[in-house]
Design a protein around this ligand. Structure first.
Ligand code: ZN
Ligand code: ZN
Length: 371
């Protein structure tokens, strides 16, 4: 079938050059374990922008988008969990058969890198092509949902209840679950504890909203952008720290010695060392922000060892499952997880404006609307 999709190209052949334009492409029907989704909306995430700007890997020409929401139009022969007409969001893909998938940790699927960034199915095929037959990487996060239609894996879908605005929920597929899941599924701050969140983008602000749902009594948001810190306070931050200098010292000053938990959510700033230094004894730092494949972290060995600190990597908020997505949807509908405050809607045709507004920091979470 014919679809409209936002195609990324490298007109000068370099990673720094890019052009995104909406094109008519051909999409094939769903395979046995796949679902055809009419995409109604899709978020713009830091990882899309990382790929556009050549920081994270993605082949061009190709289609990005990995926070898609939409309506099921057709299902493959073995699909049982959804049917045509169901409203769904598309989350992280996973293979379902490797050691970690079978062990209940699909975020650490052994094929995750290929499934997210290769632009192709695990067997190397792409469900979309140009009308002249030209190949395209059409499987970003196995969904490439900057598109009016896509085919995705049944197991990466979560159904959306009738009373929930499904077009607001696409970002649960990545950034919103990454920030909130790190707090609610992994760190689980204890009553009376303190948490410092480095970076107040969609991931960091989701962590702030999640921390407010726990017994943590000190929630510190850190960013260079005062507008985002203002929003962080509105969403539940008890303290904010502005700028990029002496961050660990400022956190320690605000907490009489350091925090119990820290989250590094920046996309490329790599403040992991600063976040670890801001911990109190026995504190835990979670690194969750995307970075270049060659990015390194340098820590002070005695500080980590003698103070019993821990540093952990967390992908996609850890336990990101359909049940977790449903929990966030119900919390949002009940007014306890106001993710709508992060969002600005854009028409699909304005995809380049949405990217630019996200790059500049003017908008936390653009959502493209396909109709
Ligand atoms: Zn797997
Ligand atoms: Zn993302």
């Amino acid at each position: 079938m014919d679809i409209q999709a936002a195609v990324l190209e490298r007109p000068e052949g370099t990673l720094s050059s890019y052009k995104i334009s909406i094109e008519t492409l051909e999409l094939e029907g769903p395979r046995d374990d796949e679902v055809l989704v009419r995409v109604t909306s899709c978020g713009v995430c830091g990882t899309d922008r990382g790929c556009i700007h050549g920081i994270e890997p993605y082949p061009a020409p190709g289609v990005l988008g990995h926070e898609g929401a939409g309506i099921v139009e057709d299902v493959g022969r073995s699909v049982t969990l959804v049917k045509p007409g169901d409203r769904v969001i598309m989350g992280f893909p996973y293979c379902g058969v490797c050691r970690n998938c079978r062990g209940g940790q699909p975020r650490y699927c052994e094929s995750l890198g290929t499934l997210l960034f290769s632009g192709y199915r695990a067997d190397g095929s792409s469900p979309i092509k140009r009308r002249d037959g030209g190949a395209l990487a059409g499987r970003f996060f196995q969904q490439s949902s900057w598109s009016t239609h896509t085919v995705a894996l049944e197991r990466q879908l979560a159904k959306v209840p009738d009373h929930v605005d499904h077009d607001l929920m696409g970002p649960l597929g990545c950034s919103i679950s990454t920030g909130s899941g790190t707090v609610l599924n992994e760190l689980k701050p204890h009553p009376g504890s303190s948490i410092a969140i480095f970076g107040a983008g969609a991931v960091g602000l989701s962590a702030v909203m999640a921390a407010r749902l726990t017994g943590a009594t000190t929630i510190i948001a850190i960013d260079k952008d005062e507008r985002r810190l203002s929003l962080a306070r509105e969403l539940g931050a008890t303290h904010t720290i502005s700028g990029s200098d002496r961050l660990a010292e400022q956190v320690k000053d605000a907490t009489h010695g350091g925090v119990d938990y820290a989250i590094e959510s920046t996309n490329g700033s790599n403040l992991v060392a600063e976040a670890c230094a801001s911990l109190d004894m026995l504190g835990i730092c979670a690194m969750v922000g995307g970075a270049a494949p060659t990015a390194e972290v340098k820590l002070t060995h005695p500080d980590m060892l003698q103070h019993g600190k821990r540093l952990i990597g967390i992908m996609g908020g850890g336990g990101q499952t359909p049940a977790y997505h449903l929990a966030l949807m119900e919390l949002q509908a009940a007014g306890r997880f106001p993710l709508e405050k992060l969002v600005r809607p854009y028409a699909f045709a304005d995809v380049n404006t949405a990217i630019a507004d996200s790059d500049s920091g003017d908008v936390v979470k653009p959502i493209l609307h396909m109709n």
